[in-house]
Design a protein around this ligand. Structure first.
Ligand code: MN
Length: 151
């Protein structure tokens, strides 16, 4: 946890992304964002607030929307809370080069928050309902499954 990896991967004199630090939530509930990221491969970055940062997963196939659907979600470095408002183009040559657009944002309610399992109720404009993230160790150390649960 922490933002060292996030900061280490970026050059803030060239990327428009926020530097930021660990800080208190801007909202009484926990915030989330899903960003559509047109990097070398299009993917969706799902970020959930926890302990002053945004825990982050890259979801190549997008957020599952039908109950029972599950998609691979690869955990990436924690991002600063300010990143929830970021949209823009990360320049060529920078980490994650390409356009970033907010696909959805809102708040969520954590039901389970454990090392290997996270269960939340999403309250966004597009996403609503119960989602489960479970570690998928057979696939890889950073791999999780993101499951649209039945409400
Ligand atoms: Mn990304």
């Amino acid at each position: 946890m922490g933002l060292e990896e996030y900061k280490g991967k970026r050059n803030f004199t060239t990327t428009p992304e926020p530097g930021g630090g660990i800080r208190a939530s801007p909202h009484p509930s926990r915030i989330f964002v899903v960003q559509e990221h047109h990097a070398s491969h299009l993917h969706y970055d799902m970020r959930l607030e926890s302990e002053g940062v945004l825990r982050s997963w890259a979801v190549p196939k997008g957020i599952p929307e039908k109950p029972g659907q599950r998609h691979l979600a690869v955990e990436t470095e924690d991002h600063p809370l300010e990143y929830a408002e970021f949209e823009g183009t990360i320049p060529e040559g920078e980490y994650g080069a390409g356009e970033v657009k907010i696909w959805d944002s809102g708040i969520f309610e954590p039901l389970v928050w454990e090392k290997d399992k996270i269960e939340v109720v999403m309250k966004g404009d597009r996403l609503s309902g119960r989602y489960v993230l479970v570690r998928f160790r057979r696939a890889g150390e950073k791999d999780w499954l993101l499951i649209r649960a039945k409400d």
